[in-house]
Design a protein around this ligand. Structure first.
Ligand code: FBP
Length: 264
């Protein structure tokens, strides 16, 4: 872990990473209710909101769309990923190198590691290569750290999520992105397992405004440094409004209901 408070992906110690790699990870099904968002430019527009400290995308989307937004958006290169059509053990192909990501304009790297997968060892070795290359470019590395594999019956237990956060610290991530483990106490424990590394909450599937913001509020109170979110922002009819509210909850540490009221 290196100090990253001066990185453009961080604002006052916190961050809101807007993720849009779902076309690869989940497929067009995530866009059924919002077909206009199949055009990545629409989500890049959303990422120009002040609250967003970085936008995480895969290579093809970065190459095609980032050049039009390089003055307004901080690019995080999500360098591994795979489709939902893959039926093997959880794994993730490395789709672009850190050097090439830097050439495209990335200021940070995103990398998935599935602790507990039969592919975990290869993924850890690929992470080592990416993490050390990122150091050469002075780019922070965010690990999407998920317990996932055939040997894990209940992958998302609070203990497994805390373990995933510790794996991120041990392997040298600067930020770890974990699922909310279900309670503020469990989140606090997971954050503690990450030591001084920053932990951010994963957005998850779309819920109501209040439910989503309350979970974010609880995560922040538990010591999280923000969130990496996709569907809960860009699947909404009005992504600007939820980002206005998120800005208050994450950076101003306001309560969810007060933030929503302020954004009416
Ligand atoms: P969401 O906020 O929509 O969950 O996005 C965050 C993210 O990590 C994306 O980067 C990724 O595509 C997706 O979640 C993967 O979700 P899962 O692996 O749980 O299906």
């Amino acid at each position: 872990m290196i100090p990253i408070d001066d990185s453009p992906i961080v604002r006052n110690g916190k961050m809101i990473i807007l993720a849009m790699d779902h076309g690869l990870e989940h497929g067009p099904v995530d866009f059924t209710e919002v077909p206009e968002k199949l055009d990545p430019a629409t989500v890049f527009e959303t990422a120009t909101h002040d609250a967003v400290t970085a936008m995480a995308v895969q290579k093809g989307v970065a190459e095609g769309y980032y050049p039009s937004y390089e003055d307004d958006v901080t690019l995080m290169a999500k360098i591994n990923g795979n489709s939902n059509m893959w039926m093997g053990e959880p794994d993730s192909a490395v789709n672009w190198s850190v050097d090439y990501a830097a050439e495209v304009g990335a200021e940070a790297i995103g990398f998935t590691v599935y602790g507990g997968s039969n592919s975990e060892l290869e993924m850890a070795e690929e992470f080592r290569e990416a993490q050390e290359a990122a150091r050469e470019h002075d780019m922070p590395v965010v690990m999407w750290s998920y317990p996932r594999g055939q040997g894990l019956k209940n992958a998302d237990t609070a203990d497994n999520i805390a373990y995933a956060n510790r794996i991120a610290l041990e392997l040298g991530a600067d930020v770890s992105k974990i699922k909310y483990p279900g309670s503020p106490e469990a989140m606090e424990h997971a954050v503690t397992c990450g030591g001084a590394m920053k932990t951010v909450m994963s957005g998850g599937s779309k819920t109501t405004d209040l439910e989503f913001l309350t979970t974010v509020e609880n995560a922040i109170k538990a010591g999280a440094s923000g969130l990496a979110v996709g569907r809960n922002v860009w699947q909404r009819e009005d992504p600007t409004r939820i980002l206005d509210a998120l800005e208050l909850v994450v950076f101003e540490e306001e309560a969810a209901d007060a933030a929503l009221e302020a954004c009416e």
